[in-house]
Design a protein around this ligand. Structure first.
Ligand SMILES: NC(=O)c1ccc[n+]([C@@H]2O[C@H](COP(=O)([O-])OP(=O)(O)OC[C@H]3O[C@@H](n4cnc5c(N)ncnc54)[C@H](O)[C@@H]3O)[C@@H](O)[C@H]2O)c1
Length: 258
């Protein structure tokens, strides 16, 4: 998928979960289109690898390891990026975990697994947006793109109630935020991926039975790519999406159209 030269020249973007999958593809493409990108995830080595690829292609980025569920850490990472570049324009709130071994039918799931999924996926996005919003307001405006999932709106993920609830929560939070900040020149939107081939889905991609099951749920007949999601994230963050507020852009090969 070709980058659009200089679409984000002068823009300063934060991407959480930037070491892998959709976050990685998004960070690479922002940098390829001229943005400076702050790369956030818990562990430095994965972020360093993405930074190396960005710098090798002539892009600019910062590696800021932080756990988005720990308020001091995510606040400090976002603050550091804003301090280095004199402000921020774009926040992509993307980090999440899926715990297929621990998420379970509602009468069986442990409180610990429930809390871990809600804390990482929903509270993590709350804290990322909360601290990102301060800097977007200081800059006089900007864009936030949250990552949801089809399972947040459709009861399609058997035995994954906690992951599904975390994504449904993001959908609700995103729409309220979109309303609250539109008049402050901050556009809040989300991308809702369907079945995407990323490390999060390794357990499906490596199991022929599950791979066939999930591919059969998609009219286009295959998993999507991280790059196809990144293209939608960048579009929502760009000036081309200037009339999109509270939009949930579904990227799912038709999965939710069935
Ligand atoms: N892959 C799919 O099929 C799919 C489908 C629907 C939605 N999504 C959503 O897309 C987004 C990206 O998923 P992906 O498939 O690229 O997953 P992935 O597992 O490849 O990447 C997740 C990223 O989040 C980071 N992360 C996890 N917990 C963190 C924490 N506490 N603090 C900071 N970083 C943390 C990881 O280190 C990694 O960089 C997620 O929000 C996911 O729920 C993915």
């Amino acid at each position: 998928m070709a980058a659009i030269a200089n679409r984000f020249a002068g823009r300063r973007a934060v991407v959480t979960g930037a070491s892998s999958g959709i976050g990685r593809a998004t960070a690479l493409r922002f940098a390829a289109e001229g943005a400076r990108v702050a790369l956030i995830a818990r562990r430095r080595p994965g972020l360093d690898a993405v930074a190396e690829a960005i710098r090798a292609a002539g892009g600019e980025c910062l590696v800021l390891p932080a756990d988005c569920t720990i308020e001091d850490q995510i606040a400090a990472a976002i603050e550091e990026a804003a301090g280095a570049w004199g402000g921020l324009d774009i926040i992509v709130s993307n980090a999440a975990v899926e715990l297929p071994e621990q998420d379970d039918r509602l009468d069986r799931i442990s409180l610990e697994a429930w809390n871990r999924l809600i804390t990482t996926n929903l509270t993590g996005q709350f804290l990322t947006c909360k601290h990102g919003l301060r800097h977007l307001q200081s800059a006089g405006g900007g864009a936030i793109v949250c990552l949801g999932s089809n399972v947040g709106n459709l009861g399609m993920a058997a035995n994954e109630p906690a992951y599904s609830a975390s994504k449904g929560g993001i959908f609700a939070m995103m729409r309220v935020m979109a309303n609250d900040f539109a008049r402050l020149n901050i556009r809040v939107n989300m991308v809702i991926p369907g079945f995407i081939d990323t490390p999060m889905n390794d357990f499906v991609m490596r199991d022929p039975v599950q791979l066939k099951y999930w591919s059969d749920q998609v009219p286009i007949g295959r998993a999507g790519t991280a790059e196809e999601c990144a293209a939608a994230i960048l579009w929502l963050a760009s000036d081309e999406a200037s009339y999109c507020v509270g939009t949930a852009l579904v990227i799912d090969g038709g999965q939710s159209a069935i």
